[in-house]
Design a protein around this ligand. Structure first.
Ligand code: GLY
Length: 317
């Protein structure tokens, strides 16, 4: 197979308040780099962008450190409800599940729904689909997330959200954060895909819907793909992923589209981050939150955004 395009990849494990100390940063970097290596190797074998995105989301969902799949945060009633979506940039087709329970990889349902006439299912629909596909039930609860919820219940749920990553020190310090995972891939045919998955904010009202299974949080066209993380309500209010992607589709560079969108976000006092790629292979990111836990492969080397300056930062390569 002749590779027409150098594949590119960027992934994230959430955005939020800073991690506790160097140990936390190193551990997150190690997890992200391992997944970037594995997914980039898949792209080099000729895997299509959608396949690479699903693989990356599965690996991030399976890593208990991140708030998606195993390690998802608990909602106010102590239940885990997960949301995930997948968008194929070439087909310009979105699919997803909202508040799905008792499964290992919500992104698998989003993948199945890519070829269904009904492409976004909520809790009960997702449960029926799990049964129909004979997907085994799975409990994504981890001890550290349970401990975080018990601590919050003792404080009568005074925090608005759970920790960005499941870090013992963060839980003990009562540090707030937000978490999600996301993957954007450009394959050797120049095709883009994007996937995003989350356990939500944590401690939220039953039935609250995340941005992660909306085009506000996960969107792609043939020209660009964006995955968002941070406070879902802020992401929805800016319609962030679609806003950035449409700006690229209308002719701005990825960097210009991020710069304009994050300037608006800072004016509107939003708290979130976004990662993305365009079809020329440009890699980009932006954040208004303290940290953005992203890592990328630019075809030559792996890099990350773990130690960006505080405040708004837009970057790329
Ligand atoms: N961005 C994830 C959420 O707010 O649910």
């Amino acid at each position: 197979m002749s590779n027409r395009v150098q594949p590119k990849l960027i992934i994230h494990g959430g955005a939020g308040s800073s991690l506790k100390g160097k140990g936390g940063v190193d551990a997150v970097r190690q997890s992200l780099y391992q997944i970037v290596r594995e997914v980039y190797a898949l792209l080099l074998t000729g895997a299509v962008a959608k396949e690479a995105v699903v693989k990356g989301c599965q690996l991030l969902e399976d890593a208990p450190r991140f708030n998606a799949g195993t390690g998802s945060v608990l909602q106010s009633d102590g239940q885990i409800r997960m949301s995930a979506s997948l968008m194929d940039g070439v087909a310009q087709r979105f699919s997803g599940v909202i508040n799905a329970s008792r499964l290992k990889n919500p992104i698998d349902l989003a993948l199945f729904l890519q070829n269904s006439p009904d492409r976004v299912l909520s809790d009960q629909g997702a449960a029926y689909l799990l049964r129909e596909l004979a997907i085994p039930t799975y409990d994504p609860l981890t001890d550290i997330r349970l401990q975080e919820w018990i601590q919050e219940r003792e404080g009568n749920f005074s925090k608005e959200m759970a920790g960005v990553v499941a870090e013992k020190e963060l839980v003990e310090a009562g540090e707030p954060g937000r978490g999600t995972i996301g993957v954007v891939a450009l394959d050797s045919q120049g095709h883009l895909a994007v996937g995003t998955s989350t356990g939500g904010k944590g401690f939220e009202r039953i039935g609250r819907v995340s941005d992660s299974a909306m085009p506000a949080g996960n969107y792609a066209t043939p020209q660009a793909g964006i995955s968002c993380t941070g406070i879902g309500e802020d992401i929805i209010d800016e319609c962030l992923a679609a806003r950035i992607v449409v700006r690229v589709t209308d002719g701005l560079s990825l960097y210009q589209a991020l710069e304009r969108s994050f300037a608006e976000a800072i004016r509107n006092q939003r708290d979130f981050g976004a990662i993305g790629l365009d079809c020329t292979g440009a890699i980009g990111w932006g954040k208004t939150s303290e940290v953005l836990l992203a890592a990328y492969h630019n075809g030559t080397e792996i890099g990350d955004t773990l130690e960006l300056a505080n405040g708004m930062v837009v970057g790329g390569c």
